[in-house]
Design a binder for this molecule. Sequence first.
Ligand SMILES: C[S@@+](CC[C@H](N)C(=O)[O-])C[C@H]1O[C@@H](n2cnc3c(N)ncnc32)[C@H](O)[C@@H]1O
Length: 211
Amino acid sequence: MSKNPQEHGQEYHYNKAKKEGYRARSAYKLIDLQNRFNIFKRSFYILDLGSAPGSWLQVAKKYAEDNIGRYKDQYYHRDHYKIMGVDTKNITPIEGIKVIKMDLTNPQFKNEIETYFNENQIDLIISDASINKSGNKFSDQSRQVNLCLEIIKLSKYLRVRGSLVVKLFQGADFDNFFKKMKETFVIVKSFKPRASNKKSNEIYLIGLKKK
Ligand SMILES: C[S@@+](CC[C@H](N)C(=O)[O-])C[C@H]1O[C@@H](n2cnc3c(N)ncnc32)[C@H](O)[C@@H]1O
């Protein structure tokens, strides 16, 4: 029996990830986000939340490495990068990246951030973190929003004009969360990457230019 176009798309990204050495097909969601919003422009200090198995870390490392050579000018640049990933699950280590096994809502996590990055110096926070879905759309949505509210608080570690990407589920609290993002960022956009499963209600909010 022939596959429907959605299954076809998922299989396509799965095979592509395998071929290109990415740990998950989610890698292409982040690449779509980059192609649309250029979030990695001059991003050297990067925090990735909900990182396991680690494909976003792999993508972030490529862009950060490129940036070292690309931006050798009088404007904001660095000669090194720092990337940290956190997850409650194990993340197989990646050379040059700090990985932590911890709940990102644990107050201890703030100490980890402060020790690894200098104060208010993170250029980009990316979060693909998602709660374990129970199947109840309403409670899942509100649990995810609660997680995202904790994530927004971490924006205090972003430098001025830094960016945040966060994954949300579409639903009742979406508009309120969008407004919350507007308190911290000059520009807020929502985006569904092509690589995202069309049947899933996941959507990414992108906060650009931290106030
Ligand atoms: C879709 S996966 C991330 C995939 C990852 N971006 C990649 O490309 O490999 C979502 C992850 O969020 C993590 N997560 C959810 N809540 C978390 C929390 N409170 N603290 C840390 N990690 C969390 C889950 O354990 C899960 O591994």
